[in-house]
Design a protein around this ligand. Sequence first.
Ligand code: MN
Length: 257
Amino acid sequence: MANLNALANDLVSGAVQVVDLTAPLHSNTPILVLPEPFGQTASFKLEEISKYDDRGPAWYWNNFHTGEHTGTHLDAPNHWITGKDGDDVASIPPQRLVGPAVVLDFVKEAAANPDFLLEVSHIEAWEKANGPIPKGAWVLFRTGWSKFGDDPKAFANADENGPHTPGLPPACAEFLATKRDILGLGVETVGIDAGGAFGMEVPFPCHNYLLGNNKYGLTQLRNLDKLPTTGAIVIAAPLKIVGGSGSPTRVFALVSK
Ligand code: MN
C-alpha cells in the first residue's frame, strides 16, 4: 500500500515542494500563427460579465475566449490526423496525466542554435548518464526558451523562412513515440514541434508520431530549471472538454527538497 500520509506530511513540511510549470494566461500569451490559408487559433481574451456593479452587485466574473491550444496546453491524440481515432482530451485516463518527469537539458545548445534538434543519440547519451527513461514518464525537453514567453515576437523567432525554435527531427520523435513507454513530451516552446518542422521530411514529426502513438504533448512549460534531472512527479490537468483536441492546462511538479 502506498504511503500517501508521508506525502501529505512532506507537503505540509515543505520537504516536497510544488513547482508551477504553467505560463500565465492573458491577452498577450503567445499563440501559434499558421501561414495562409490555414485557420487560426484565437488569443486568450477575458470578457467581463460583472464586477460588483449593476450587472452583479456582489460578484465579479468573466467569460473567456481562446483556442484549445493557447498557452501552456496539452495536445490530445485526436489533435493530429495520425491519432484521429485516439482519445479526445476528455477521454485521456487520469492515470496517464500524472507520472515521473525526466528533464533533458539542452539550454546551452538552444542558446547557440535556435534551430537545435534533439537527436536519438542525445537521448541515448542522457540515458547512459541518468538511467533509462522510466515507464510512464513525461519527457521534458528543457531549452530555456520560456525566457522569451512574455514576448510573442521573440518567442516565435520568425524570419522570412518561418519560425526558428528548437525541437525534434522525425527519427527522434519516432524513437520516443515507439521505443520508450512514455506519457508524452513537454516543451518550453509554443508547440511540441520545432519551428522548422513544416519543412521536415515528415512534417510536424512530434505531432505525427507522438499523437499517433497515443502519447501527449505539453507546451509552453516554465520553471523547468527548478526540476531535478530525474525524481520529480508531473501532474497535468487539462480541462475535460468533450471532443476537444487539447486544452489549456495547469501543470505542476512535485519536487523533493
Ligand atoms: Mn497544441
